[in-house]
Design a protein around this ligand. Structure first.
Ligand code: GLU
Length: 479
């Protein structure tokens, strides 16, 4: 039997980092086993639906490289893949359960249910339905439905006993039937609840493994009961560990902190985000930390997903971004950097020069935009000199020393790293000073900053004309 898994988001806005992890693990599991990855949109709660959310989800999944085999926009043999287009299937199944005595019509009004809830609250009891309509005579409830009385369909949960199931991550889970509510399956508006729809769809879409967040673990007994009521085999279940903030509280819901698209907009690379998210609950069991999507497909297994909550650590994400940025070919980054230069309205250098600039800086940046933000001087004359560094970087006598250096550089027959280095060191010897007394003011004059790539490489990159122009400008303006 081939593996079939699904990612089943509700389109309530953006794709959360936790959602991306669920999608990723499903994708990795499917691809590792040569199976299929299905996307299903769970939009039966119409009140929570957000315009454009489905398109946004699909766009973000594709950006992450998680292409689904079946789903909306793509189709497949088990469609439609949007729950609001499958309503008649859910209704038929709810009726089937009522007819077989596994579910019942409930006519309780919202006033009655509110009252019940308040009484339970006052007694500090967990809210649950008191099964008021469970034993109504079948003919009576059928007649009330036929007469048009408002109603829902509830599942009949066994009163005593317990159920046990095996979770691929949590192991054996046992839950007493008495803590399971007679769950509403079909609402008064004819829409199914999540619980009915998820079971009907996972069965009809031939899903073999349900891999989802831990928050769904308490619902699983209801789902397993429904499989039994329908006479179907249940899929395997794997519930992923919670995501935590650094202080181990449940991961924030603030969009800016957890929306995948926002990390993308901040300049994080796809490979870094995917690598980072993969490690939120999984690890390869050895020291390796850098993984491409292909590496993950090869090495992923549910056996290496832990039970303990996974901490979301932004510093780790930044480090991974740095590492993945270094792994990318400089030539591949040229279009992005060129675009950033265009966006800033600077003169655009030839691609070969951009590529050399990338080589110069790549060990020092975390984000692609750092190439223009921290090292703007690679592309244009600095318009500011770090004021705090001025006393140290341009001390008394600096102007005179830099003028002598400029004169020597002007006379060089070749202008490259070795010749520049030799010229500077010779001058230091002649002046009987440490080379640093030339290096620091020169860097400051060329870049406005105190740190950056190696000075000689930087000068070779900028070229003689630019170097002399900037040095002379600094001599005049910094005094
Ligand atoms: N629609 C549910 C969600 O958005 C899916 C839960 C499941 O995978 O069963 O989390």
């Amino acid at each position: 039997m081939s593996v079939r898994v699904r990612f089943a988001p509700s389109p309530t806005g953006y794709l959360h980092v936790g959602g991306l992890r669920t999608a990723l693990y499903n994708y990795l599991f499917a691809k590792h086993h040569g199976g299929s990855f299905v996307l299903r949109i769970e939009d039966t709660d119409q009140s929570r639906k957000v315009e454009g959310a489905v398109e946004n989800l699909i766009r973000t999944l594709r950006w992450a490289g998680l292409d689904y085999d079946e789903g909306p926009e793509k189709g497949g043999p088990y469609g439609p893949y949007v729950q609001s287009e499958r309503l008649s299937t859910y209704r038929e199944h709810a009726t089937r359960l009522v007819e077989s005595g596994k579910a019942y019509y409930c006519f309780c009004t919202s006033e009655r249910l509110d009252e019940l809830r308040q009484k339970q609250q006052a007694l500090k009891l967990p809210p649950s339905y008191d099964r008021h309509c469970r034993d109504l005579p079948r003919e009576e409830s059928a007649k009330r439905v036929a007469d048009g009385e408002g109603h829902v369909v509830r599942m009949k949960v066994p009163i005593g006993g317990e159920m046990t199931f095996e979770d691929r991550i949590r192991g054996k889970v046992t839950i007493a039937h008495k803590v399971i509510d007679d769950q509403v399956l079909l609402k008064s508006d004819g829409f199914p609840t999540y619980h009915l729809a998820v079971v009907v769809d996972d069965h009809h879409m031939a899903i073999t493994h349900v891999i989802r967040g831990e928050e769904w673990l308490p619902s699983t007994p209801k789902h397993i009961l429904l499989y039994q009521y329908f006479g179907w085999d249940a899929p395997e279940f794997a519930h992923l560990p919670l995501l935590l903030n650094a202080d181990r509280s449940k991961l924030s819901k603030r969009q800016g902190d957890v929306a995948v698209e926002d990390y993308r907009a901040k300049g994080y690379l796809r490979d870094a985000i995917v690598n980072f998210v993969a490690f939120l609950g999984w690890n390869p069991g050895d020291e390796r930390e850098l993984f491409s999507l292909e590496d993950l497909v090869r090495d992923f297994s549910l056996e290496r997903v832990g039970k303990a909550g996974a901490v979301f650590n932004v510093e780790k994400l930044q480090w991974l971004n740095q590492q993945h940025l270094r792994r990318q070919g400089a030539a591949d980054l040229v279009p992005q950097v060129r675009q950033l230069i265009v966006d800033r309205g600077w003169t655009v250098p030839p691609d070969a020069a951009i590529e050399r600039a990338i080589h110069l800086m790549r060990e020092r940046v975390t984000f692609v935009h750092d190439f223009v933000e921290f090292s703007d001087y690679l592309f244009r004359d600095p318009d500011q000199f770090d004021p705090e560094a001025r006393a140290k970087s341009w001390p008394e006598g600096a102007a005179d020393r830099v003028r002598r250096l400029a004169d020597r550089l002007e006379g060089l027959s070749t202008f490259d790293h070795p010749s520049i280095e030799a010229a500077l060191k010779d001058l230091a010897t002649d002046l009987q000073i440490k080379p640093g007394l030339l290096v620091h003011p020169t860097r400051y004059a060329l870049s406005g900053k105190t740190v950056g790539p190696g000075l000689y490489e930087l000068m070779e990159f900028l070229g003689r004309e630019t170097v002399l122009r900037r040095l002379r400008h600094a001599i005049t303006n910094l005094g």
